[in-house]
Unconditional design. Sequence first.
Length: 133
Amino acid sequence: MPVMQVEVQVTAAALLQAVGQLSPPDLEQFVSQVIALHAKQQAPSLPHVEAELLLKINAGVPPDIQERYNELLAKRQAETLTPDEYAELLRLTEQVEELEVQRVEYLVALARLRGNSLTALMEDLGIQPPDYT
């Protein structure tokens, strides 16, 4: 299929409205890509180490893993989880938690690099701590 380049002018509001129509996994992937793009655009003004840490911090859980994890959580909530699915959920939970641990380690490294506390860095980056209630 031939590829054509088309220039279109879209307002930020219209773009936001279009993005709002994405499915949750697609939205998660899109947000990760936008954050990565933002980090790359800022990279020339950031030291290389900081830019790399920001890319890693904003990588997120891969969309396919997040989608399956969400499916299994919903099945658990509905009490329709099979024993095999429960084992899969445990494996995915461990995988997601490990990715979150790595993310916190990257945040700590960036905070140290900038001479900030972790709390201050998270506020600067607009990262909210998880709500476990």
